[in-house]
Every structure is written in structure tokens, then in C-alpha cells.
Design a protein around this ligand. Sequence first.
Ligand code: TRP
Length: 333
Amino acid sequence: MEQQQKKKSILSGIQPTGVFTLGNYIGAVKNWAPMQDEFDCAYMIADLHAITVRQDPKVFKQQILSCYALLLSCGIDPEKSIVFIQSQNKNHAQLSWVLSCYTQFGELSRMTQFKDKSAKHADNVNAGLFTYPSLMAADILLYQADLVPVGADQTQHLELTRNIANRFNGIYGNVFKIPEGYVPKAGAKIMSLADPTKKMSKSDENPNACILILDEKDQIIKKFKRAVTDSEMEVCYREGKDGINNLMTIYGAVTGKSMDEITAEFAGKGYGDFKVAVGEAVADHLRPVREEYARLMADKAYLESCYRKGAELSERISRRTLEKVMKKVGFIL
Ligand code: TRP
């Protein structure tokens, strides 16, 4: 008899710190939608993580909702996946405390993100910024996730999660599944349009460096027209052509064309034509996302029904792990 294979499970999270950039989108969120058919997915708005830096309450609240709507606009389907807001499931904070007691000061001190962020926010090096990785470990381990899609900046945190899980399992027996990183096939890193040696970032001072996924078509095209390239005239993917390589990566990601196809398409044409083509392709690709976002934000009742359901489902699933942990440690349930 044919055995039914259980799907592998995935958990990932994104911080609600504003509209996604084209980099967040191509590098991460765009790949989350197709994964829903292959895996059991849970996607989380990491709002607890976001308060490790100061947030304005009104803006923050708006960003949490808007980020939730953006996930749905990018094709994440609350009927197929668990889509939830971290702070609405108290199990995260609770497991995080327990795990922080199984995480060493030295380990947390070695996290490069902690070092970077504490240098950047020297006036607010709070304990949450320091224990951030224990909370992230809780997020992942609560769901017994097999796979965690994360960008390069989070691989150190994932490695620490595995160490915490192994340490806990070593003391108490098999409590946590040890998660693996997952690099989606199309997970490209998108660089700044103004300085293609730097990652695209919404905190860039130059507004032309970054495309936001809710930008209007003419804005998008304008920004691509200004993109920094090189002094050659050939659209081809080659070392040293960071600007063109980045534009080709973007064009390939939104059209599905290979680098060879793109090179052939623009043979004999100038960079000007190429940039406009990239801008148009990106704007056309993002139009349905923008439209769906506007529709969802006008239907707050529907959004609320989705995140309430997400909170309930995530609570129910994560409670099993939390209770197991509490029992193992010796708490009275
Ligand atoms: N720390 C992640 C980031 O800033 C967001 C995040 C929080 C996350 N919890 C997670 C990602 C769990 C993957 C799994 O990008």
C-alpha cells in the first residue's frame, strides 16, 4: 500500500517595519506563496521582535496590519497556511523566556546582528535586542518546523536555534525537532539601485536606491532609469558589472527569463532601453499585488477574521510543544 507522506513544515517570519522592498519581495516573500503547495507553512508577522528598536505606537499598529495585508497580497493564502501575528500568540513570549535560560551570554554576545544593531542604536542597547535570538528560537521550535527560509543575515540565528534545541534535547530527551535552513531555488539577493555593491534597503538615504512594492508604475520606471550601471554597453551577466547583474537578476525574477534569454533580448540595444524594460516588467508584475493590497486594506473585517483565525490555529499547534517543555522542566501544569 502506498504510504502517505507527511508534508514537511515551514515557519518563517518578517518584521513589520514598513512596506516590503523589491529586495524583501524577490528574496523572500515572493517564494513563500509557491511553497504553500509543497509544505505545511506558517508565516508570522514578527512584531515582538520589532520593539527591540523604538516604535511609534500609532505607526507601529498600522504597520502590523499593513504588513499582514501585504503577505496576503503576495499570494499567501490564509486557507492553506497559518498566517498570524506573533504577539497574538502568548506561547512565543513564554517559550522564549524558558529558552533564554538555556542560551549562554557568550553565545548571544557573538551574534553579529546584535553587534551591528547595538552600534547603530547605541542609546538603546536593551535586553530584548540581546535576547532576540532566544525569541526567534522559540518561534521556530514551537512549531517543530523542519525548514526555515531565512536570508543570509539570519543564518547565525538559525544556527543558534539548532544549538539551543540540541542542548535542550540533550538534557530532557527528544523535545524539539532540529530545523534546517531552506534556500528557495529563486531566492536572489537584490542590491541597491544607487550602489549595486550594497543590499537594497528601505532605510537608504537615497530614495532612488530602493523600490517599494507599493510604488506606482511611473515611480518605478523613474527609479530604474536612474539606476547606476557601468560605462560599457552590453547587457550581459559578468563579474564587475554589479549594476547590470542586479537589473538582470530583477528582470529574470519577475519575467522568469534566464540570463541568456535576457542577453539575447537586449543584444544591440542600449542600457536606456533595458532599464525601461526592467521598470515596466517590475511595475506590471507588482500591479496585482498593489491592487490586492488596496482591496484588503479597505476590508478590515476580513483582515481581522484572518488574523484571529491565524492566532487561534498557531496557539493550538504551538501549545503542544510548550506544554511538553513545561512538563520536562518541572513546572506544574
Ligand atoms: N529575525 C527575522 C528577521 O529579522 C524575523 C524572524 C523572527 C524570523 N522570527 C523568525 C524568521 C522565525 C524566521 C523564523 O528577518
